[in-house]
Design a binder for this molecule. Sequence first.
Ligand code: ADP
Ligand code: MG
Length: 237
Amino acid sequence: MIQIESLNKSFNKLHVVKNISVCFNKGEVVSVIGPNGSGKTTLMKCLLGMVIPDNGTILFDNKNILHDWNYRNDIGYMPQIGRYPDNMKIGQLFEMMKDIRSNKDDLDEELMDAFKLQSMFDKPMRTLSGGTRQKVSAALAFLFNPKVLVLDEPTAGLDPIASEILKEKILKEKKKEKLILITSHIMSEVDDIADKVMYIFEGNIKFFNAVSEIKKLANEEKLGKAIAQLMSQTTHA
Ligand code: ADP
Ligand code: MG
């Protein structure tokens, strides 16, 4: 569904994405893990067309994304830090998004309901807590029933109940053969939901394996421990 080939991105002298090649398929939950500053957000933004890579190609359903922007209608994006007009009310934000998007016949308001956002529709965005802002971002990402979801550190700032609601939703959408990419710097966080883990370190893919494989390779039951062990092996190698 998404093929990335020899992708590079530098910000001035800082080489952030280093010759990354990888494929993501439908029906997968892929967790993109790595320390802060390793290039996860930049890689996701390249997929979204928000950062233009220096070279390399990205194919979405076999089409080069450079030549056709329409693929973006098929992606729901939850940014790491959601920025919204300060004085806009939550309800107005949802209305505006519906106005902008063309594919609004098939709305998915499940997260909006589960997070009880309707009861806060009159609140201006500037008054929201970080957690509520995250809930708004999550509900918007799923709203247009996209076939790909890019969630950048989605549970950061969410309370435990909201995190569970989001995880349940991710698993539900995965069953509909969607591709879900989730970045995180917390290794244990994705144990319940990810099928595959891609570990990025300083712009390189250190490994990209099925969760079961990673646990077997490291001989560890817990994904967090298994990843830590594999990382110490690869950095010493
Ligand atoms: P991660 O999401 O893994 O924490 P990022 O992709 O956000 O990492 O950032 C990787 C590196 O690129 C960091 O050193 C960051 O400061 C730098 N960076 C990201 N975006 C920009 C930008 N627009 N201009 C300059 N440097 C950037
Ligand atoms: Mg990031």
